[in-house]
Design a protein around this ligand. Structure first.
Ligand code: AP5
Ligand code: MG
Length: 216
């Protein structure tokens, strides 16, 4: 079995950015439930149609639906190991992961103040073709030159709802995993490279503490 990690944090905290880097550094799969669901919406599949009803409003897609997706991807790549980005997101999803004997080495909780989150998300653009995500206003993708676009759920009222849902349903997982002793707090403010270095530094330590804060 490969090594598995979870990236936990509010919308816009940099989960996707850091998950891609961590997966690249450790040669693991990057599994983003948000990306998979947006892919299904783009394909106009039955799953995509069901998911869009929730995602467009900034609400969570039902646990069972999301768990089936994760189980399928993990099941077909058992040996690879993965960085789970945006999953689990509810206590029920965390319990489902536990029930399926999926061993998680560490949970990185990326902490970012709300004002930074709102600023980041209101500036986020991405390329539909190659998935490159940026916060500045590039008109065309630097990788493939396709036009950049804005994510459907990055509208101010939907961002606010995503944050509400995060505080109500996902934030309690911080205490849940802290009690299990496997959570590492990472300061998510700084450059992308700095945050990646904090995560890499935490990787080889047996004790789980906080990285990148004033007193660490
Ligand atoms: P999902 O796609 O997971 O969205 P999210 O959690 O709201 O998080 P984001 O993807 O918006 O942000 P991020 O933390 O990945 O940050 P990023 O790296 O992009 O989920 C979307 C929806 O799908 C949910 O609302 C729900 O409906 C559904 N869903 C998904 N998973 C589900 C689940 N498990 N259960 C139920 N429903 C589920 O960075 C953000 C911006 O900041 C980017 O522009 C980036 O370039 C920039 N940035 C990154 N790092 C830095 C930095 N250090 N400094 C400055 N800018 C930075
Ligand atoms: Mg993301």
């Amino acid at each position: 079995m490969g090594r598995n990690f979870i990236l936990l944090g509010p919308p816009g905290s940099g989960k996707g950015t850091q998950a891609a880097m961590l997966a690249g550094s450790l040669n693991l799969l990057h599994i983003s439930t948000g990306e998979i669901l947006r892919g299904e919406i783009a394909k106009d599949s039955e799953l995509g149609k069901q998911a869009a009803v929730y995602m467009d409003k900034g609400n969570l897609v039902p646990d069972e639906l999301v768990f089936d997706i994760v189980e399928e991807v993990l099941g077909t790549n058992k040996k690879a190991g993965a960085v789970l980005d945006g999953f689990p997101r509810t206590k029920r999803q965390a319990e489902m992961l536990c029930e399926h004997d999926i061993d998680i080495e560490k949970i990185f909780y990326i902490s970012v103040p709300t004002e930074d989150i709102v600023r980041r998300l209101s500036k986020r653009h991405y390329c539909e073709k190659c998935n490159k995500v940026v916060t500045y206003d590039d008109e065309f993708c630097l990788v493939c030159s396709s036009p950049m676009t804005v994510r459907a759920d990055d509208k101010p009222d939907v961002i606010r709802q995503r944050l509400r849902v995060y505080h109500e349903l996902t934030e309690p997982l911080v205490k849940y995993y802290e009690a299990k002793g496997s959570l590492v707090r990472i300061n998510g403010v700084g450059t992308v490279a700095e945050i990646h270095s904090r995560m890499m530094a935490a990787l080889n330590k047996k004790d789980n503490k906080a990285w990148g804060f004033d007193n660490t």
